[in-house]
Design a protein around this ligand. Structure first.
Ligand SMILES: [Zn+2]
Length: 196
């Protein structure tokens, strides 16, 4: 009697151990297959099916879509070449894909801008902070912090034609802090939202 109960006990314990080991391995393989989990400000980064990551962790509101529109401010084009993502000054901007920094500067209506290219895709991060975190020629890994959202007003830009209603110079043609993100594939402008 005792020995048969003991045998059952041993079998149950073995089943539990085997299941536990199986669980560990299955969790490991799921984790390895899913997505890399870089953490920025406590927000995990999810890579889309096309392989891009969202540039502003924690801020997902599109305030202006890609395409034709009524220009919100003088100097902003009627064809909107990118998407505007509402985010406050100082919000993190991370690299949507890996590539090399090809431009940093004040780019007319786009204001302070970083351009990153991987040879196929080229993207602009615009209306960013003038305190640049990267340099031209630097290789950037996907998910790296590359900039922060800039202020609406910037000072000291020579011949800056962009001003707000109070006459103060602005960070390109902009009515408030946001990220303007534009994307080209093999030189052709595309809607970034098709890639997230
Ligand atoms: Zn825009």
């Amino acid at each position: 009697m005792f020995s048969s109960t003991f045998k059952y006990l041993i079998i149950i314990i073995l089943i539990i151990i085997i299941n536990y080991i199986g669980l560990i391995f299955s969790l490991d393989s799921i984790d390895g297959l899913s997505f890399s989990e870089n953490i920025t400000d406590g927000n995990s980064i999810v890579i889309s099916s096309s392989g891009f990551v969202w540039p502003t962790p924690g801020y997902n509101t599109i305030t202006s879509n890609y395409g034709y529109r009524n220009a919100p401010t003088s100097g902003a084009g009627t064809f909107h070449s990118g998407i505007d993502i509402g985010a406050p000054t100082g919000a993190d901007i991370i690299a949507v894909f890996s590539g090399t920094v090809t431009y940093i500067g004040f780019s007319g209506p786009n204001g302070y801008t970083i351009t990153i290219s991987d040879g196929c895709y080229t993207c602009n991060y615009s209306h960013i902070s003038p305190y640049f975190l990267v340099y031209v020629g630097q290789f950037i890994n996907q998910g790296d912090l590359i900039a922060t959202v800039g202020p609406k007003n910037v000072y000291g830009v020579p011949n800056n034609p962009y001003k707000d209603s109070a006459g103060n110079p602005t960070n390109g043609a902009t009515t408030g802090p946001h990220l303007h993100f534009s994307l080209k594939m093999n030189g052709n402008s595309v809607n970034p939202l098709n890639y997230f």
